[in-house]
Design a protein around this ligand. Sequence first.
Ligand code: SAH
Length: 208
Amino acid sequence: MRARKKKNCDARVAACSDLLITEPSELAQYKDKLPAEIEIGCGKGGFICEMAKQNPDKTFFAVELITDVLVTALERVKNENIENVKFLNLNALRLPEFFAEGDVSVIYLNFSDPWPKSRHEKRRLTYREFLRTYKKFLKKDGYVIMKTDNDALFDFTLEELPEADFSVEAISRDLHNSEYCAGNIMTEYEKNFSEKGVPIKYVKAKNN
Ligand code: SAH
């Protein structure tokens, strides 16, 4: 997601610093709240905030590389006094520094960057090496749940999942008109794409 440089971004992030995890040692205080659910690439945070409000007994962590985007999510959680979401402002590849084996029960990947050029496939968040990285902290029998507008990224993901020993349990190429739509929480990207008539692709895969 490209974002215009936000004014006072550093000061705004600093005002929400209690919501940010910056050191692996900070995870210790959440030990009795694990396993948690995480979203990788949370953008402006609409999905994770709604998930957290609907599931007050669960703990959520949202990961986002771009601080200018993340600041919107941080302020949302702060303004709405949502207590069960914390954020990590880093590349998902660094997550094994923070989370240990079995700490996470579900990973949500919503509208991840498609990286359409094949020479960039290793950057896709469902590239097999990313999936193998997730297995370092995702519970056995835990899930990766992905939504995307992008057919090529979806097809790529379906090839990568078995390579990393995930098995597909649910799939739809038109989520909003499928049996899996009940309770679906729309992300910012999802609203944009579905307003344009693009069908949303969905897959839920189990970590074997
Ligand atoms: N999930 C949101 C945003 C989708 S855009 C929505 O559906 O509305 C994808 C987001 O993933 C971008 O904000 C991008 O900065 C983030 N992202 C991409 N690669 C990442 C990585 N390796 N680690 C963390 N975040 C990443």
